[in-house]
Structure formats: structure tokens, C-alpha cells
Design a protein. Sequence first.
Length: 248
Amino acid sequence: MTSTIALIGKSGSGKTTFVRAFLSLLRKKFLNSSILLVDNDLSLELTDSFGIKTRNTIYGIKSGKHEYKTGIPEGMSKQEFIEWALEDIIINLDENIDLIASWFVTPKDCICPSTRLMRDSLVKLIERYDFVIFDCEYDLKYLNLLVDYPIDETIIVSLCSKSALSLAAKIAESSRKYAVNGQLGVIVNKVCKEKLKEINDIAKSLELDIIACVEKYLDKFQETDNNKIAEVLEALYSRMNLPQVSED
């Protein structure tokens, strides 16, 4: 069974850094598990963080603008073609680690057959992996426009100002119905110790569930210098709605 994690929040809050940190944690805890990263952010920052510049996106397939690596096989149904095309844009990062970028998504009320077929194909793709981590554009509503799939753990990444936490509350409200059993918490990023009480008071008034605070974060993910985030996620993981031991 596939386990899913979605990182949501305002651009610049540190979502991509936490996606990379979750990837490292899962690789450590579940050595042989397969992981798919889905870059659902319009900036494609996650893809860029791996030093990859790609124009090969899910939207490119739907819009007919993708240039395929090989000739398109003949005799395929539309469903088979979309599944084949998705394989063409998957980026292999490492053994058992893949990445796919979505870019722009179409509204749910789009009635074109390719939109429904794409969503069906994405569900099939997701279910091939043990874990899928989504780096989302703003909230779960936007992700749901791409694919309707249960999200086991949703984390809003927010900076520590009152305005940022107020926005996090709005993001939580728009996302809650898409999260499994309302499983949705907030990681507050770039926190000063002196502001912890103030942050908790603001969060309480906004009915936000703060699950972790990080005193400091890096603007660019660096494997060797990310100990603080790793410690936070390691401690947090045991309380998450995710597998705790490998099924191997």
C-alpha cells in the first residue's frame, strides 16, 4: 500500500527543504522502499533543487507540447498512450527514487477525456511506489486538481510571523477536507526561541495544530548541514500517520 505525504504552504516557507529532508529520512528508515517525488509547485523548485532543468511535465503531455525521447508507439489506446507518456517524463534520481513534475493543472470542471484519463493514470503510477511525497503549490485543493488520491500526512510549512500563521490557518481550512481523517499539522520554520510562547498563543487562537518548530533552516538543501531539520523530523515521525517499520 502506498503512503503519501504532502507539504503545503506559501512559497518561500521552506517546503522544498522539508521535502528533501523527508526523502532522506525515508531512505534511512526504509532502505529498500520505492519513493516518488511529485513536484506540484508551479516554480518547479523541487526539480531545480536536484540541479535539474526540465520542461518535461504532466502539463506538457496534456497540452500536446511534450517532445518524447522516442517515437510514439502505434496502436495504443488513449489510456495506454498517457501511461506510456508518463513513463517518458519520470526522472530517476537514484535507486528506487523517482521524480515527476506536474507544473500547471487544469480545473476540476474540465470535461475533456484526457483530464480524466490522466488522473486515472496518475493513480496507477502512485500505487507503484511505497511512498509518494508531494511538494505542493499552496494547498491540497490545488493538488486535488492534479490527482484525487488519499493524503495520509499533510504538513503546512509556515514562517513564524503572525501574518504567516494567519495564512497557514487559511491554507488549513481549504485543505482539511482533502486530508485523511483531517490529519493535518503545521511545522513553524525559522523560529527564535524567544518567540515560542507568542507563536503557540497565536496558533491556539487560530486553531492551528503545531506539530514541530524549527529554530533555523537552510535556504538551499545541503545533506551534510541539515542536522537540525533531520532531528526534528526523526522525533516527529513516530507520531505521524505513516508506516513505522519496514514491511520487508
